[in-house]
Ligand binder design. Structure first.
Ligand code: ZN
Length: 202
């Protein structure tokens, strides 16, 4: 199982971090040990003093494929869920300054809480609302209509480089409103107004 992530896929989020808008999908990965399932608690790790939440729509891949053509791309999506791409912003900043890869800032243990999945069938890929609440307050409110690279674009692009396999996950990028967490916080994630995920920071 692989966990793909797309960075800077909403223009308003790229802007809030003063990043340029990418010309092709910005891809990175998290290892399977990053997963945190079943609404388990997130224990704030010692590796960082500035961990940020990034609430995202996550796709679950339902069949294997490579070099997927655009007209078939959406048929590879089995389910849609909510995930948090926890990011050690302090480590990421150091990596960026040195031009180093991001893995230690993005792929540490339990940096990828993921909800259960709802079937993709019947959803409009260009109109999925994704909301993150922090301690009951809405901090992110995005819609996949604002994605720079659509689900279709992402699957076509990834499958040029990697065989997509059943059970793989794709974090599709975060809208504006990311911010730091602290011990005692509760993060909740919603897809189309349905509560999908709860994550308490311990
Ligand atoms: Zn992200």
């Amino acid at each position: 199982m692989k966990i793909f992530c797309i960075g800077r896929n909403y223009a308003d989020h790229a802007k809030e971090l003063n990043n340029p808008i990418p010309e092709s999908p910005l891809v990175f990965m998290k290892p399977p040990t990053a997963l945190l399932i079943k609404n388990r608690h997130f224990f704030y790790p010692e590796l960082s003093n500035d961990i940020h939440y990034e609430g995202e729509v996550v796709l679950k891949i339902g069949k294997n494929g490579r070099h997927i053509q655009p007209e078939f791309a959406l048929s590879y999506i089995e389910g849609v869920g909510f995930g948090i791409d926890f990011t050690a912003r302090d480590l990421q900043q150091k990596c960026k300054e040195k031009g180093h890869p991001w893995e230690i800032a993005k792929g540490f243990d339990h940096s990828a809480p993921i909800s259960e999945f709802v079937p993709f069938e019947g959803l409009d890929p260009q109109n999925i609302n994704v909301v993150t609440k922090l301690n009951g307050t809405v901090v992110q409110d995005g819609n996949t209509k604002d994605l720079l690279f659509s689900f279709q674009d992402i699957i076509v692009y990834l499958s040029k480089y990697f065989t997509l396999q059943m059970g793989d996950y794709i974090f599709t990028g975060t809208p504006a409103g990311v911010g730091p967490i602290k011990i005692g916080d509760r993060i909740e994630g919603f897809i189309n107004s349905e509560k999908m995920l709860k994550c308490d920071v311990m």
